[in-house]
Design a protein around this ligand. Structure first.
Ligand SMILES: Cc1ncc(COP(=O)(O)O)c(C=O)c1O
Length: 421
């Protein structure tokens, strides 16, 4: 029974069998400092169901071999398991072809690939790349690097006081010099879900391609690239129940086809001689070297796990958890929520007047509660709100209302003790 919430805030409930779901995630029964772990740092990395952990062990125990190279049994087995995941991912995001699914280390590498390959080929002096003011550093710095090299400029769409993007400013910024829009779908520090479909339509009306950073969106729902019509999409496996070290770059086939390779090495070539090299077909042209086979296969298990869930019920539960946590902390004097957009997902960022976010995070940690503090790799967002950082609690469907209560109770305690000094 809830003790932390004020009587006016009703405790949410779900049809999800949270006991059963939580039993699928071994780490959720761990303790921190002798207290039951409350993991509210899901935006940094999600926890993994046993099926994903087992897939890694199973791969190394029964299928381990290099892919696409050997004629032997094991290599063919590994290749088949590996290739099947690409097809699953194609269907998962509704890509037109598996040729459009490039395996990368994560969202960061996906963006670097596009900045480096597409950027070098398409950016010229005076051109602009338009990002938003709420990008993760990984969707700012690669563009700064390539723009500096090419004599181009990175411009940004401003953020309104409630944490939504200023769409009027966006339309004004979408001028004749813009060569690419690179925008985050769901902000990792504000929780804002941006209206990317509308933004893409406006950019396409001016023949400007759009890269969508789906790192936080894929953690909570699916993205349909055919419906969205984005030109590139990047995401990371570890934020969506999969392992670290694996992610996806989706790109429209015609764009990927026209782009030069990103890295050179094995697998990405068709033939090599000292007179010159020809490159492999898509997607291998962008996958130099031995791929991250085990993690690709385990990502496939994460997709199977998602498929076993009722996504509508999951989305409703996550929405309720966020609303419950938001309403509960809003009653605490001195708490200011950073990011109050109408459409939010997964993330509750806040500051407490007169207190340091790190001190709060450290106190919560002593209570077994894992949150993140700081700028969350979005320093421009912190500058926009004139703060050094926030405390961020981020939720996943396996979190419970009781965990939210524990978090709120511990936060009240932290504020009380820290204020006493
Ligand atoms: C919105 C967003 N984009 C990109 C990234 C980078 O992801 P990764 O570090 O997995 O490459 C993150 C990670 O937190 C993120 O939240």
């Amino acid at each position: 029974m809830s003790t932390a919430a004020s009587p006016a805030i009703s405790v949410p409930s779900t049809q999800l069998d949270l006991g059963k779901i939580r039993a699928d995630f071994p780490i959720l029964s761990e303790r921190a400092y002798g207290k039951p772990l409350v993991y509210l740092d899901n935006a940094a990395s999600s926890q993994k169901p046993k099926a994903v952990i087992d897939a890694l062990v199973r791969y190394y125990s029964t299928s381990n071999a290099n892919v696409h190279r050997g004629v032997h049994f094991l290599s063919q087995k590994a290749s088949q398991e590996f290739d099947e995941v690409r097809l699953k991912l194609r269907d998962y995001i509704h890509a037109a072809s598996e040729r459009e699914i490039v395996f990368v280390r994560g969202a960061t590498e996906g963006i670097n690939l596009v900045a480096s390959s597409w950027g070098r080929a398409n950016l010229h002096p005076g051109d602009e790349v338009l990002v938003s003011g709420m990008e993760h550093h990984s969707n700012i710095v690669p563009w700064q690097l390539v723009c500096a090299e090419r004599g181009a400029t990175v411009r940004h769409i401003p953020i309104l006081d409630n944490g939504e993007l200023d769409l009027d400013a966006y339309h004004q910024l979408l001028g004749p010099k813009v060569r690419l829009v690179a925008v985050v779908h769901t902000s990792n520090s504000l929780g804002t879900v941006n209206p990317v479909k509308t933004m893409i339509d406006s950019a396409h009306a001016k023949n400007i391609p759009v890269l969508v950073d789906g790192a936080q969106t894929l953690a909570h729902g699916t993205v349909d690239v055919s419906e969205l019509d984005c030109d590139f999409l990047v995401f990371s496996g570890h934020k969506m129940l999969g392992p670290t070290g694996i992610g996806v770059l989706y790109g429209k086939e015609a764009l990927l086809e026209a782009m030069p390779p990103y890295q050179g090495g094995g697998e990405m070539i068709h033939s090599v001689s000292f007179d010159g090299t020809t490159f492999n077909e898509l997607p291998y042209k962008f996958e130099a070297g031995t791929p991250n086979i085990a993690d690709v296969i385990a990502l496939g298990s994460a997709l199977d796990y998602w498929a076993s869930l009722d996504r509508t019920v999951v989305a409703e539960w996550e929405e309720q958890l966020l609303a419950y946590a938001t309403a509960s902390i809003a009653t605490i004097p001195g708490v200011r929520i950073i990011g109050t957009a109408k459409r939010k997902s997964g993330v509750l960022s806040f500051i407490v007047e007169g207190l340091n976010a790190l001190d709060i995070g450290m106190f919560l940690d002593t209570q077994g509660i894992a949150v993140r503090t700081g700028h969350h790799c979005t320093e421009p967002v912190m500058d926009r709100f004139g703060i050094p950082g926030t405390v961020r609690a981020s939720f996943m469907f396996y979190n419970t209302a009781e965990e939210v209560d524990r978090f709120v109770e511990a936060l009240r305690k932290a504020i009380h003790l820290l204020r006493k000094g």
